[in-house]
Design a binder for this molecule. Structure first.
Ligand SMILES: [Zn+2]
Ligand SMILES: [Zn+2]
Length: 146
């Protein structure tokens, strides 16, 4: 599956967003609430660890959600289906694929009182979202190991 590489991100001291880092170690130009051009843009920063949640977020910008399960999952998590603003990795309660999988089942307990997400009458624990998370987790692990 075609996916984005692990992101090179730095913490912007001016707007406290996570912003892509250039080869020279400075932040890409970005906007922030109130500033069309954030004044932190040119400041060199340390790299943030390219965790699973940050990598998945980087895939939300791709245009192939209809054919790519990773893009689909990323957009589902970070864009949702409402008019609310896009979410960022900082808004998530999980960092790894395993934590996201646990979160899916916690949500299910809150919704239905059972961990089971699939099967007639909820007889099976995992559904296709769980499988997409597992696939994304495997791809991320391969990228992180290479
Ligand atoms: Zn900034
Ligand atoms: Zn599951």
């Amino acid at each position: 599956m075609d996916v984005n590489p692990l992101p090179r991100l730095g913490y912007c001291p001016a707007c406290s967003d996570e912003i892509r880092v250039r080869a020279d170690g400075t932040l890409f130009q970005h906007s922030s609430p109130g500033w069309p051009r954030c004044p932190g843009s040119r400041r060199p920063v340390g790299l943030l660890e390219p965790t699973f949640v940050r990598w998945l977020h980087a895939n939300a910008a791709r245009k192939d959600a209809y054919t790519n399960r990773v893009t689909h999952l990323a957009q589902h998590k970070f864009r949702g289906c409402t008019r609310s603003p896009n979410r960022t990795p900082a808004d998530m309660t999980w960092t790894t694929a395993e934590e996201l999988h646990d979160e899916l089942h916690r949500q299910q307990v809150r919704l239905t009182g059972s961990e089971n997400r699939s099967g007639y009458g909820g007889t099976e624990r995992c559904d296709w979202v769980c499988r997409d998370v597992a696939t994304a987790g495997r791809i991320y692990a391969e990228l992180a190991a290479s």
